[in-house]
Design a protein around this ligand. Sequence first.
Ligand SMILES: NC(=O)N[C@H](N)C(=O)O
Length: 897
Amino acid sequence: MAQSPDLSRQHSQGLKDRFLPFSLPSQPPDITNWFSSYVYESPESLGLPDPIGSFMLHQEDESETQEPPECEKNTFMDLPPYDTKNPLVQVASDDFYSKYRVNHVDKDGFVPVKKVNISRNYDQISSRKLTAYNEEGQDGLSQMQTAEDYSSRRKNNGSTKKEQFARTPYAQPKKKVSLRKLLGEDFVASHSNLILSDSKGCEGVDGSSMKKIDMLPVSNIDKEKIADQQVVQLWGDVNAQDLKEPNSRKEDPVHESESVLPMNYGSTAFRTATNQEVHEPSSPTLQGKNGALMEEDGCWIQESETMHCNSNNNVESCRGDDLMLESESSLQVNYGFAASMTATDNQEIHELTLLALQGKNEALVGENKSCVRESDTMYCNADKGENGSRQMEPTCFDINVQVPKETNGFISIKCRGKREGSVHGLKSSSPSEAATTWKGNNETLAQEDQTHGGSRNALADISNEEEIPDEWQCPRKAKADIGPPMKQLRLDRWFRLLNSQHPQSLVQVPVPFPSPGTLVSSLEQQQPLSGSDASSIDVIVCKLYAKFTIKDLGALSILCGIEVRPTSNGLLLSQQNAMGGWAGRLLFDSSFHRRSLSHEATLLESHKPYPFARSSPRLAWFYEECVQKRPCCHNTRKPCVQSTTKLGEYIGSILGYPSNGVTLFNVLGKDASIVRWLWFVRLKNSRSGLPPKDVERFVFVIDGSVTFSNGSLIDHKLPVSMLMNYTVLLSSELALQIDSRIVWQADSYVYLPPNVEHTLKSDMAATVVIFERRHASLENYHPEQIIGSTAKQPLLETPGEVFELRKLLPTSAHYDFNIHIMDFQPGEYLNVKEVHYNQHGLLLLEGQGIYRLGDNWYPVQAGDVIWMAPFVPQWYAALGKSRSRYLIYKDVNRDPL
Ligand SMILES: NC(=O)N[C@H](N)C(=O)O
């Protein structure tokens, strides 16, 4: 698609930089990638103001000396007060994201998302190495609160290549100081029980700043005092018990991990899910088979659960400002996509496109078998991938390892064969075993590649269920840190609870915001609906029928605060007035869980709009509220992203309509300029109404078939296609006849410009997903109706990516959104964590995998729905054994603000 000359120049410069091995980019690193890995769909292309590009692609040199521009100062001023009670869910002000993130993300590598409370890291005291921060020390949010801070940081940082890499978001190579070198081997050996602290914090972290470090016998150090330090390193054989107990603390925090994995986050994480692993430093996610005790209260978490916790003593926080000890032996923290692929010995590779190698020995990169060594940085998308599209040119810094010609040079996680004693390359190992396992050398790698012929294993499709027969339990209840124990109440319990406390309100609960014609007003005189009592349902159905003539839509399930309004065109289902309602909070908002029921009931009864019913500039904030702030299932085995299909079906079944009718699954922001509604409609003998005026509609058939007709009296069948590589127009009857033998594949779609007369009918059962949004019209650009089939859309180029991409709508300016279909084979993943202005509404059509949103990681599977606000860092890796396919809504071609 067309791009402005300026932007495309910068873009191609960025791309060029990306391929320049081992040199620093002439621009800040590859920011284009942060918009989208393959096509940056810029609002600028239409001559509209570019709200981001100019910030993101600033000149590095200028920024070295520059004072922060005025707007940054303002941004600092706007920062919200830090909420000490809720440290992990610190939320920026609404326009904070739009200004601050855009302004700073590439300069300093800080993604101001959240803070880490001292108490969290403090709890890791049992770890030999402790990196503790106070609230000011952990991330950019607080560190950059003043312009002065900012400029002093700029002065202290940024002159070396390494530091420049450190400023890349999510890629923050450690600054290492070898204590052995600095203090001498003998000294270190004889003072192993030391706590080393820098009472002023560690700016610069070079030899001179080390002089400031106090060295104290551990027994003299009060734990409470550690908390006062900005950065503390515990080094040597130090245990929590060695530290003097402050009066207020009775017990040592326990932080256990049953076994240690050599690899941590990134795509490798899931491959190694036999044990536990902890994802990235700021807010790691535990994925693994065993349990880990997190927090001082020792909640167990286990496989598929996520947590905010730096729980693993092999994980060290690594901000540029840290003091880090040089690793003495194999590093086991290999985070980043390519980390384990290139690990030969003591090295770790930081994540993202720009990988910085930190470690003692060497790593081999790329086809050319180049060798990189400690402190070298490289661009390394190390996985060559089957189609070679990930391959990047590495540069050899110092080749001192002879690599056999036939050796791949690195091991793709996808190509790695079985290791001894492992299952699919997964091994439950002790730390030392793990280290040995991963030590490897070129020979073994070569052998392995030969032995296994580079065959690919599915990632982490391994469960430990058999090995952990008992239910996991939380041995001690978690202290309320980011909320009470995060057991998610099952929906039926909510219903029961609400019903018992407010017996008259069950039906009303899901519809908290009354507006003319909502379910509330029609039903308020009704008897409460109790569970799946069929006769109550009948009463409601009759009422609905009388009130809304819902027969046109067949049996109807209404839930979650959806407004149901008869219009002259038929029945309108809308979230416009009801967004932020019950389902939204149930699905997304941790505070919903935290609030007492009575509070909740008050909220509902007084019909106050829920605060995140905001207009579009608050979308990032909305995301924070809804997604970031979510408890992340501390204590539940359920995946974090709800299976909305199941949820909908569940509620549907409670209401007595398990499979027919309309079920709404996703709740988006009021006035979210982008996605208005996303819902599944189960249709049977149904006919749709029209969307409201000026609202465009996109309908995608998930299963069954619907007939679409426009004013021209021509009917189009919109079937799904079969998986047999051809698309047939099937009547639904035929589809049903052969249904038992055929796997259906979602396929057909129709796009309807605003204000186009049409109907969608289904004689037999069908499920469709519908996106609607208020069309952002552009003079002289009028979209046209489109009827299409996914299979007929061409595969598009995705430079630097492996997934397969199809776009269902034209990319021209006539259309203000697009729907992409993205396919990933198991093991494939997005090459970069994307950050862009576009919102997404995503529906996983097939497969399973892991979605990363911000700092949270969500196991997802077909049927799950995700909404991603602008600028939410996002990344997907496909797991399981079958293809992942998702449908993703993306707003394009318009000024997002
Ligand atoms: N999360 C995603 O898959 N994002 C897409 N690659 C996109 O932004 O187009």
